[in-house]
Design a protein around this ligand. Structure first.
Ligand code: GAP
Length: 433
């Protein structure tokens, strides 16, 4: 556990406008976080790259965007009403509640009381809400604890409308809600978070090969977002630890600053979900293989990515300290595709109108072309570089007096701080986005 590193990341995330404690102005609320301007850009970049990788670049993947609140029958059929629970204990002294499997029950982690815990009870983590104006049992509904069920409930709609060949996948990115007993560790365990999930429908005869293929695809993805291979670990989850629907689960763990923890999961959900829907709804979930009489309920491989845990891993990996000209420097070594700002444009001096005009010209051109381009003319150039380093901007473009003569600029690179002189007309050759 590198507590110091985590604190540095949390502090940078707040200071630079990536991630704030939810409702901070009123004292916060545990397990909820808000994204600031740079955080939104980083999150979008992660989601867009994920969508491009798994949906757009594949032939057999399609998108879904289901409602967060669904008919409560969904959560009865899925088993969440009965089994989506964590064991909870309460301290008889301070009345704080904890997840029983996460603490040493001899001593209360909050008040230090000895042997103060009563009996363990199961706590259902689904958030409840009410639909419509009458607050009775018929109005009870839940905020979805996973995005997956919005996919399963639409499986038949997709087959009836576009009838894709097996195997095919349905992908969804969206909010999930879990009333965690002990949210913790920044955005690692939250009560409101986002998932990027795929339900991959396969012929049951092929599930093992398909599962292995997914292991490879996931490693490629983790590589693409810049995670060090040595910090990524596969954990074959034992039967007793698996979710109620899974016949095989591999957790992908990452060496976060808080230790080795689950980043995402890959589960073989069999036909558990479609079979339940088939029985409970009375509507057939069978798939007819085109040109044959072969009919069956497809089985499902489910890669389930937590968006916030992905962001936390990306930030942990990118957070770097080094020394430049004898001074400590902090920078985010983000993959270019994920960096919230790709290019920062500055005039060398802010009080020289001819430099500002030229720099504005270059800025407008680049902004039109690349979008995520920032203007920064505050403080001296060294300070601007440090500021951009801290938010992970890969390129800084500076316009100086020579630029007015030779139509060239200085491009400064984030990682090695090297600078090169480049013709304005050729900037895009040097900037690899
Ligand atoms: N549909 C399968 C499913 O939801 P899960 O292992 O419960 O499986 C999948 O969750 C992923 O969602 C996790 O690997 C993690 O990345 C993320 N996740 C789960 N609970 C979370 C929480 N409380 N806060 C942040 N991310 C969470």
């Amino acid at each position: 556990m590198d507590k110091n590193k985590l604190e540095n990341i949390v502090s940078l995330a707040k200071r630079r406008g990536f991630i704030f404690q939810g409702s901070e102005v009123y004292g916060g609320i545990s397990g909820f976080y808000d994204y600031g301007p740079l955080g939104v850009a980083l999150k979008r970049n992660v989601v867009n790259l994920w969508w491009k990788t798994f949906v757009e670049d594949a032939e057999n993947m399609f998108g879904i965007d289901a409602a967060i609140i669904m008919n409560p029958k969904v959560w009865q059929a899925s088993g969440h009403v009965d089994t989506f629970t964590d064991p909870m204990v309460e301290c008889s002294k301070c009345h704080n509640r904890f997840r029983a499997d996460k603490i040493d029950k001899k001593t209360c982690p909050n008040c230090g009381a000895k042997d103060s815990f009563g009996e363990e009870r199961q706590f259902n983590m689904m958030f409840r809400t009410q639909v419509g104006p009458i607050d009775d049992d018929n109005a009870l509904a839940y905020l979805r604890p996973e995005t997956a069920q919005g996919i399963f409930t639409n499986y038949k709609n997709v087959v009836d409308t576009i009838y894709p060949d097996l195997p095919f996948g349905l992908a969804q990115v969206g909010k999930a809600f879990r009333n965690e007993i002990s949210p913790r560790d920044f955005i690692f365990r939250m009560r409101e978070f986002e998932q990027m999930e795929i339900e991959y429908f396969v012929d049951p005869e092929n599930w093992e090969n398909e599962f292995e293929e997914w292991i490879k695809r996931i490693h490629n993805w983790l590589d693409l977002i810049g995670l060090n291979k040595n910090k990524v670990h596969e954990l074959e989850v034992e039967e007793s630890e698996r979710a109620h629907y899974s016949m095989r689960t591999v957790d992908f763990e990452y060496d976060f600053p808080i230790g080795k923890e689950e980043l995402l999961g890959l589960a073989y959900r069999t036909d558990f979900d479609l079979n339940n829907i088939d029985k409970k709804s009375g509507k057939s979930m069978e798939y007819l293989v085109k040109g044959t009489n072969k009919k069956f309920i497809p089985h499902v491989i489910e890669p389930s990515f937590g968006l916030e845990r992905t962001i936390m891993a990306v930030l942990s990996e990118a957070y770097t300290e080094d020394e430049v000209n004898g001074e400590k420097r902090v920078f985010l070594k983000l993959p270019v595709q994920l960096a919230p700002v790709k290019i920062c444009v500055s005039p060398l001096l802010k009080n020289k109108p001819e430099l500002v005009d030229k720099a504005r010209e270059v800025y407008s051109e680049l902004k039109k072309k690349y979008g995520a381009v920032m203007w920064d003319d505050n403080g001296n150039i060294g300070k601007r570089y440090r500021r951009q380093d801290e938010i992970g901007t890969p390129y800084c473009v500076v316009i100086d007096f020579d630029s007015l003569e030779d139509q060239s600029v200085t491009i400064r690179h984030r990682d090695d701080t090297k600078q090169e002189r480049v013709k304005i007309s050729e900037i895009s050759k040097y900037i690899k986005l």
